[in-house]
Ligand binder design. Structure first.
Ligand code: KDG
Length: 311
């Protein structure tokens, strides 16, 4: 397995119209979860990826499991829990691709993940471990699982890629800031947005965010700037890469796609600015349609988009 990730996936209830949820009556059932979105993206780009989690032993959990297996993601490390449900989340559409989320995930199967579930023998041979700042917000045992996996990865020479993915509905900034900073300091690659950068460093300036995180111990930092592109710092190299302009339909999932693009660029041995450009293209494509992972491209589609010959 080249890439390993773990975290919570949920069923997403996606409304058929914009506006306050109390007036929406029809929803489409979809799949969501930052790490599984990432895993699908990596798999569609042609790399081997394993996703580890706990799912409820219920139809929602089985649907997620089958869906990911159908996407070519290795799900052999998934544990079904018959005492806790699969998590659920509702999206509210605010127009122009903007969203608000409502979680029904407290006490979910995934929130009972433990360090022992992410056993290193499962991922021997892996080059990358991808973790997000959502998992440590879910429960104490999830937080322990993240720290122990990061330490194990480092001991085994596996590069740790960290997307802070701050979710205000799960925890407050005072609690999240120090934890996210601690994980970032142990990571080889950190992929914050500007808000997450501010949370971890106190600065809104991408260059300062990157240099502060590197000063704390992070290897490389790529700060996401949305449609404007990204600012990177890797070794002695730094600079800005221009983004891609698309019509945004649903903003959720862009960061996961970005991370997958960057990781796939690294696995393919691309120079940093080109890996960042691929990451930006992935982020752009992810927002062009509804759903958190559905619009992720196959490698040929990504190449066509990046060469300007179509989506
Ligand atoms: O990055 C997208 C995810 O945030 C979404 O799919 C759901 O994992 C999710 C979360 O916790 O918000």
């Amino acid at each position: 397995m080249e890439v390993v990730t773990f975290g919570e996936s949920m069923v997403l209830m996606d409304p058929d119209r914009n506006g306050p949820l109390e007036h929406v009556h029809r929803f489409e059932k979809r799949m969501a979860g930052a790490e599984s979105n990432f895993a699908v993206a990596v798999s569609r780009l042609g790399h081997r990826v394993a996703w580890i989690s706990r799912l409820g032993k219920d139809p929602l959990g089985l649907g997620i499991y089958r869906n990911l297996r159908g996407e070519g993601v290795d799900v052999s490390g998934v544990i079904f829990d018959d005492s806790r449900p699969t998590g659920l989340y509702f999206k509210e559409r605010k127009g122009e691709g903007g969203t608000r989320v409502y979680y029904y995930r407290a006490g979910s199967a995934a929130s009972a993940l433990t360090p022992g579930d992410v056993r290193p023998e499962r991922w021997s041979g892996a080059r990358i471990l991808f973790v997000t700042g959502i998992t440590p917000a879910l429960s104490d045992s999830c937080r322990e699982a993240v720290f122990s996996a990061v330490d194990e990865a480092r001991n085994h020479g596996v590069s740790v890629v960290f997307d802070p993915n701050y979710r205000a509905k799960l925890w407050g900034e005072d609690e999240a800031g120090p934890i996210l900073r601690e994980i970032a300091a142990k990571s080889d690659i950190v992929l914050p947005g500007v808000n997450e950068g501010r949370l971890m460093t106190g600065s809104d300036d991408p260059e300062v965010i990157a240099s502060t995180l590197v000063g704390l111990g992070a290897g490389q930092v790529v700060v996401k700037l949305g449609p404007e592109g990204a600012w990177y710092r890797a070794g002695g190299e730094k600079g800005k890469v221009k983004g891609f302009s698309v019509r945004q339909v649903d903003e959720v999932g862009a960061g996961d796609a970005f991370a997958a693009g960057y990781v796939s660029g690294l696995l393919d041995g691309l120079p940093t600015p080109e890996a960042v450009r691929r990451a930006c293209a992935m982020g752009a494509l992810a927002v062009t349609g509804p759903g958190d992972y559905e619009n992720l491209p196959l490698r040929e589609e990504l190449e066509r988009f990046m060469s300007g010959t179509g989506k």
